[in-house]
Each structure stands twice: as C-alpha cells, then as structure tokens.
Design a binder for this molecule. Structure first.
Ligand code: GAF
Length: 394
C-alpha cells in the first residue's frame, strides 16, 4: 500500500516541481506522520511516549535556487506559492504552511547552518487536522531536504527533530514537545518507538505481524495551536514547581499523594495524569514486547480514562467512540484517544482478524457529530525520514 501511495505522491510533487521550475528536483525527501499508542502529554514533561510512524507521509522535492532566495509551491493548498530571502528576518505569514517552511529555514540558520537558495515543492497524504502529525512530518522532511541539498552532513536524526521542534515552538507558535518530530525522524519499520523524552534515547518495540493499527477519525476536527494544549503545558509546569522538581517526570506515584497538600484539585489531577501515564507507557511497551494484548488493552483503557477525567482533553464523541470500540475488542485489543486531544482520532491495536468486524461494529453504533460515519485509516508501522532515489528509500 505504501508503495502505491508513495508513487502517487512522488509523481505529484515531481510534476509540480518540473512545471514550476522547468527542471527535475535534485532530490526527494519523505517523512512520515505518526500515531501515538500511549503516553499522551508526557513528552513536554520529560516523560515517556510510545508512538509509531505511519505509512502516510509528507514529501519535499528540492533543487538549488538562485542566490539566497527560497521559492516554494504547496501542492495541497491549491498550488499556493511562497517566496522569501534567507537573509531576511522571519516574518509571520497568515497561511500556516508558509510559517512551517520559513520556520525551518530560520531554525537551521539559528543553529548556525549556512543555507543557499532553493526551489521546493511540497505534497503530502497525512490526513490534516486529525492529530496524525502532518506538521511534524513537514518540518522533518524540510529540515532533511535543506540540509541534504546544502550537504550539511553533521545533522543527525535527533538534530533534525530538534530543529523541527524549534521551528514549531519559536516560529509557528505551538509549544509542542519532541515526540512527533523524533518519531518522524527516527522510527523503525515494523515497530513502535519508545522514547525517553528527557535523554532522547529511543528503543524500537516490534509490533507483531498479525497486529493491525487502526486509526479511527471521530469526525471532530481539531486545531492544536488554537486548542488548550499550551494551557495544559503551563498547568504541568506549575504542578512540577509545587512538587519542587524540574519536570513531572521526577514525581513518583507515592510523592504525588503525600506532597499534594496546598495544590489545587485541578493541578493535582493534571499531575496525576502525567505521573500515571508515564508508568502506563513503560508497562505498555513491555506488554507489546511480550504480546500481552489483554494487558495492553487494560493500560490503554486506563490511559483514556485519565485523559478524560484528569487531563480533560477528550470530547464526548471521542469518549463514545472509544467505549464502542472497547465493547467489541474486550481484552483482545486496545483502544484510546490519540494525540493532543480536543477531537481528532482514536487508535486501536488488535489482531488483523478483528479489523473488518471493528469497522462494521463502529459503523453500526457510532455517528460523527454531523451524522456521518467515522473514517478508518489502517496504518502500517513505518520507518522515519528518508531520501528517495528512483522511488526507493536509501
Ligand atoms: C501533540 C504535540 F505536538 C506532542 O508534542 C505531544 O505533546 C502530543 O500532542 C500529546 O501527547 O501531538
């Protein structure tokens, strides 16, 4: 499936590049979106996450430009164009996609990387506004494309991810953590990626061949920058200050209770979500490794309840969708909301033999807020960013 989807994307982005710049691109770079299996809002608390890259990606075609000028064409936005000078001070644009491109160029410059002008075309197939990290995949693909074109060999995957996060934080205006960018840069095919968001060390956790990862879109659109995401981050920092630690990662479950006096109920519940979610994430990685689906299902159910009751980032449609899915899956598979919250998608991990039944069951019992059906996106755990040559990653 990925091969066909990738071929279409490659054709689209290459053709747009040729039509606009009258020459073949020097290289094509692809970076995947992601789905998070467990570990939500833990990354910016220096905690643990367990996402996997998916076989939906953003592709960048790039070639040398003139002087210090960068020209960009966005195939997915009606072939909208942008043009900027690498020496000019970053100026925020009304169209968000432009801020991502300008933000990556500015972030690389901030890092001391010298860039030359470039011609760029961008196209992607990561569903947007679904919480599947289309923005992170764009950022990572652009960072890789710019550095490869300029032959800046020194940037490894972690540095690419940090550059993309810096761009989001400083230029796009989203205080996101490192999870999305790091998995888009470092993921391994056929595996989830356990990330320690403090040390940035990662471990691939293989996903058995007979398991399916199903993303189900609730039909509730979400917008990360506009949501209460940044507010949650501030609340977590305030809770960490109460416990006298650098980040909530450092609070133990025992300490959470013993030292809660003086902390208001809301901040306490925010902290409890993060502290317990870290424990669940590590346990879930072990359960996945051991093929213990009943344990994984239990941990995902608890994670969802914690997001709903303590972190308050779910919405009624999503809660209903998870409830419906769990009714069918029972202990045979896990299901929970995935991503930043306030709409978007649910992730289910279950034997491939359950996929068809789950789809029928959800369609029978769930309706999107506008009376339609949920959208099902079957995902394969994929590898991180790559440079493509004749359609094959190297
Ligand atoms: C969004 C952010 F971008 C991530 O950094 C992470 O915090 C996630 O929400 C919630 O787990 O995807």
């Amino acid at each position: 499936m990925i091969a066909e989807r990738r071929a279409l994307l490659q054709e689209r982005v290459t053709q747009a590049f040729i039509d606009d710049y009258g020459t073949e691109p020097a290289l094509l770079v692809a970076a995947p979106g992601r789905v998070n299996l467990i570990g939500e809002h833990t990354d910016y608390n220096d905690g643990f996450v367990l996402p996997c890259a998916i076989d939906y990606e953003t592709m960048v075609a790039i070639g040398p430009g003139s002087g210090s000028q960068v020209d960009v064409i966005a195939c997915d936005f009606d072939s909208d164009r942008d043009s900027f000078d690498l020496h000019a001070v970053f100026a925020k644009q009304a169209e968000e996609w432009k801020n991502h491109v300008r933000g990556i160029a500015a972030s690389l410059t901030d890092k001391g990387v010298t860039l030359n002008g470039a011609n760029i075309a961008v196209a992607g197939n990561v569903p947007q506004g679904a919480g599947l990290s289309s923005s992170a995949s764009l950022g990572v693909a652009l960072a890789k494309a710019f550095t490869e074109l300029n032959q800046v060999g020194a940037l490894n995957e972690t540095e690419l991810a940090l550059t993309a996060q810096h761009s989001e934080n400083h230029y796009v205006g989203c205080a996101c953590g490192i999870m999305d960018q790091l998995v888009s840069a470092r993921a391994e095919r056929g595996a989830a990626l356990q990330i320690d968001c403090r040390s940035l060390t990662t471990k691939a956790v293989p996903i058995a061949e007979d398991l399916a990862i199903m993303v189900i879109h609730s039909g509730v659109q979400r917008g990360l920058v506009d949501s209460a995401y940044n507010e949650r981050r501030v609340q977590c920092e305030a809770a960490a200050a109460h416990y006298g630690v650098a980040a909530l990662r450092d609070v133990t479950i025992a300490q959470l209770e013993v030292e809660k006096s003086g902390l208001d109920d809301l901040s306490y519940r925010r902290a409890r979500h993060v502290v317990t979610e870290n424990t669940r994430t590590l346990a879930a990685a072990e359960a996945l490794k051991a093929g213990d689906l009943a344990m994984l299902a239990k941990l995902m159910t608890e994670s969802h309840a914690s997001m709903r009751d303590d972190f308050e980032i779910t919405v009624p449609s999503i809660d209903r969708l998870v409830e419906i899915g769990a009714e069918l899956l029972g202990e045979t598979g896990g299901i929970r909301m995935t991503g930043g919250g306030f709409g978007g998608c649910v992730v289910a991990i279950a034997p491939k033999s359950q996929v068809a039944a789950l789809e029928v069951w959800v369609n029978e019992h769930y309706q999107t807020p506008d009376g339609g059906q949920a959208r099902f996106i079957l995902c394969a755990p994929s590898s991180g960013v790559s440079v493509l040559s004749d359609g094959a990653a190297h």
